[in-house]
Every structure is written in C-alpha cells, then in structure tokens.
Design a protein around this ligand. Structure first.
Ligand code: SF4
Length: 440
C-alpha cells in the first residue's frame, strides 16, 4: 500500500510556534466508518498524553481531519471542511489523514490542508509534529476527559485492510491487505478502557469477521474478552453473512454482547451481487439472518444497501427492495452508488443516471424509515436497560442512550444520566427511536 505524507508549506507550523507556549488545542474530526472513529480516538489519546489539549469545535490551533473516500460525497465533505476552517482561522494548522489522504493527497492540499498524512503514517502523526514543535506540559487522563471526550463508548481497532475485491470498493486500495492486532494487545486495550470507566467497547475493523492472529479467530477473541475483562457491554461493529455460525452465535448467551448485528447486504438481487463480486447470495444472507434470529432474541439486524450499481435494472432494484421488505431490517443505511477511480465498477458500462439513483434511494429510505418504526414498535410497553450517553441539548433535561439492541431511547431526567446503565419503560415512538421513562 502506498502511503502519503505531503507538506504544503511550513508557514502555519512556524506561526503555531507562538501558540505552543500555552499548550496547543487540537480538535479531531472524523468522517466515515467506525474504524476511522477508533483511530481518531487513539490519536486523541496519544495527543492528550503528549500534552496537547484535546477539544471539540472550530476554534482549535490544530485540526486533524480523518477523512473517508467511500463516495464522492465523502470526498466533497472533507474539502468543504478544510476550506471552512481555513476561512474561519487562517492561523490554524490543518492536517488531513485517512482514506482520502491516501487516495488523492493533492486534492486535499489544494483544499487547504497544510499536512496530508496517508493511512500508513496516520498513527505516527504525533512523531511528525514532534519534529516541528513540542508542547510544554503534559495533560492528565482526567483532563482529556474533561476536555469533552466521552467515556461512554470506546472504539477499538482489531483488524484493518481487505483481501477481497468487491467491484465498487476503494477500501483495499487505501487500507491495504488484511492485518490483525494480536489477541493479547486487544484484550489489554479493552482492560485499559474498562479501567478508564468506559461502559461499552466496540470492536472495529474493515472486515472484523476475517480476524485471525496466531491461530485465533474472532470467536476466540470475543470469548477471551468476555472471560478476562470486566467490560459491561461489548459490540461488534459489522459482519458479513459468511461470518455467521452457530459457534459464534453461542457467545450471545452472555448478555454483555450487544444484540445488534450490522450485516452489509448491498443488494438483494443475486445478479447484482455477482457483478459486485460479493461472496454471498441472497439465500445465504437469508439463512444467516434466520440463524441469528433463532439464537439471539430481540436482535436488531441492520444493513447497508447500495442503489444504482452499474447495470442495476428496474427489475433488479425491485428484487432488492422486496428482499429488504422480507428481511424486515431494524434499520437500513441507504447509499447511492458512487464511482471510485480505479475500481472495476467505475469502468463497467451501464452507469445508472443520477436522477434514477435518487428515485431509488428515496424509495429505499422510505422503506428504511417504516422498517425502523416497525422494529421499535415491537418493544413498546417493555422495560429495557439503556446505556445513557448525553443530554440532547445543554439544559434540556432530555437524555439519549442506546438499548442492548441498539434502539435509540430518549427520556426526561432532572439529574444527569450520562454513562449509567438504567432501566427504562418504553412508552411511545420518537422519530429517531423510542421515548422512555427511567425506572429508578
Ligand atoms: S469486503 Fe468488499 S466492500 Fe468490504 S472492504 Fe472488502 S472489498 Fe470493500
């Protein structure tokens, strides 16, 4: 995998030298997947330990943008943010890293990034900056938290890269071949997050079902985490149908495992799946879903659906739509196909018109909304344990959190609920999930 490190110039770094005396404030902004979130979280921790103040918002001395390049819209968002920060604060040091930085560093430099750091050097960012200047004082873990980094949920990367070659996907090019972290390292990371009072840990990667290290697979890794750590809630970010087996699902006898499976479908049409070079069929997907539902009660199954893949005819779209209706997802993330330079699909004839993609996307979104409401409705009147995250708006006394099966729940409370597991009675529908009454 080629990596990128480009330097647009040193002007901002030199001007930052003045700010360094008072400890620079660094803000991390993350686009894209949970893997990017895990990496941003780790970077933020490294920066805090090295003496930077980790802050949120626009006014930082240094902005680190962890980019995504999965669609042209993600690319556009990155360029927009860089231009915006440059306009608002011409003295700030703007650093772009992540998948877009790996794919097209020059585009990010043109948009205003002072430094563009590819995926391979992403975790060495601190060293790159150390060569330019070093902050004077160190910041404690408490301060890191006080500066606005939530301790409710923590993302841990266990795997990276992908050896598959799905026709539309740019990920293998920007993330390289599959590689996994050692089991002992992951377990130690989980223990460290538990010690820092995080209630939930999310295991992330490009393809976590492919986890393998020294003979250990994903099942063994999860088992080990459950046995040797005190993690209160463990969540697997995303799996593929071929990862699902009765042996893996038996782990869900432990109530600490979130009853939520995100299984990317992309299309419910076998012909489209074949052209996408996905490694499962609609029937295989259906079998995986029934197995999960048989073993894991009240489970939420969510998915990604792509509309307008090259050559997707109206019959294939309808087939995909009907399949999604049949599966009855708890939620569907709908994407319009976006041509990525260098992928097989970008060169495939039969590119679908943007207007048609928009129509299909709107129909799928409407189905997604109906399915999500239907799923939530099933739980009205029941009591559920919720991990409360934060007050929706400061002073609103309305808190939001997630149930074990990832339903977003809202409740009023005079006292703070953040970072507590508290039971709630689910009383009515909310446009983003359910309303509840906290049971104390
Ligand atoms: S499995 Fe396919 S879609 Fe997923 S990262 Fe690999 S190539 Fe991309």
């Amino acid at each position: 995998m080629c990596s990128r490190l480009t330097h647009r110039g040193t002007a901002n770094i030199i001007s930052l030298g003045k700010i360094v005396e008072t400890k620079p404030a660094v803000a991390f902004h993350t686009l894209g997947c949970k893997l990017n979130q895990a990496e941003s979280e780790l970077l933020a921790r490294q920066f805090a330990e090295a003496g930077y103040r980790v802050v949120s918002g626009d006014g930082a001395d240094i902005h680190v943008l962890n980019t995504c390049t999965v669609t042209h819209i993600a690319d556009r968002k990155s360029r927009h943010l860089l231009r915006l920060w440059r306009k608002r604060n011409h003295r700030a040091l703007l650093i772009a890293t992540g998948c877009y930085a790996e794919r097209a560093p020059e585009e990010l430099s043109q948009a205003g990034a002072d430094l563009v750091v590819g995926n391979e050097q992403k975790m060495l960012l601190l060293d790159v900056l150390k060569d330019e200047y070093a902050p004077v004082a160190r910041c404690s873990a408490e301060q890191f938290v006080a500066d606005g980094v939530s301790r409710v949920r923590s993302f841990i990367k266990i795997q990276d890269g992908c050896n598959d070659a799905c026709a539309y996907c740019i990920v293998p090019r920007v993330r390289g071949r599959e590689h996994c972290l050692a089991m002992a390292d992951v377990v130690n990371e989980v223990k460290a997050r538990v010690a820092a009072c995080y209630k939930e840990v999310v295991l992330t990667g490009t393809k976590i079902g492919a986890y393998k290290h020294n003979g250990a697979n994903l099942k063994q890794l999860v088992e080990q985490i459950l046995v040797v750590t005190g993690v209160e809630r463990l969540h697997l970010s995303s799996l593929q149908p071929q990862d699902i087996s009765p042996q893996l699902l038996n782990l869900w006898q432990d109530p600490r495992l979130c009853r939520h499976f995100h299984l990317a479908l992309q299309s419910g049409s076998d012909a489209v799946l074949r052209r996408m070079r996905r490694r499962y069929s609609a029937a295989g997907y259906r079998r995986a879903v029934s197995l999960i539902r048989k073993i894991v009660p009240d489970v939420a199954i969510t998915t990604d659906i792509m509309v307008g893949f090259p050559g997707e005819g109206i019959e294939e779209f309808e087939e995909s739509y009907c399949f999604c209706q049949e599966i009855d997802f708890a939620d569907i993330h709908v994407f319009s196909y976006s041509s990525r330079p260098g992928t097989v699909a970008a060169r495939t004839p039969g590119q679908v018109d943007d207007r048609v993609k928009k129509e299909r996307s709107l129909r799928m979104l409407e189905l997604a909304q109906r399915s999500a409401h239907k799923f939530c409705q099933r739980f009205l009147g029941q009591n559920m344990m919720v991990l409360w995250e934060k007050e929706v708006a400061p002073g609103s006394e309305i808190y939001s959190g997630l149930s074990h099966n990832y339903i977003r729940v809202f409740a009023e409370s005079k006292g703070p609920l953040t970072n507590q597991f508290l039971p709630v009675r689910l009383v009515r529908l909310h446009n983003q999930g359910l309303w509840g009454e906290v049971i104390r």
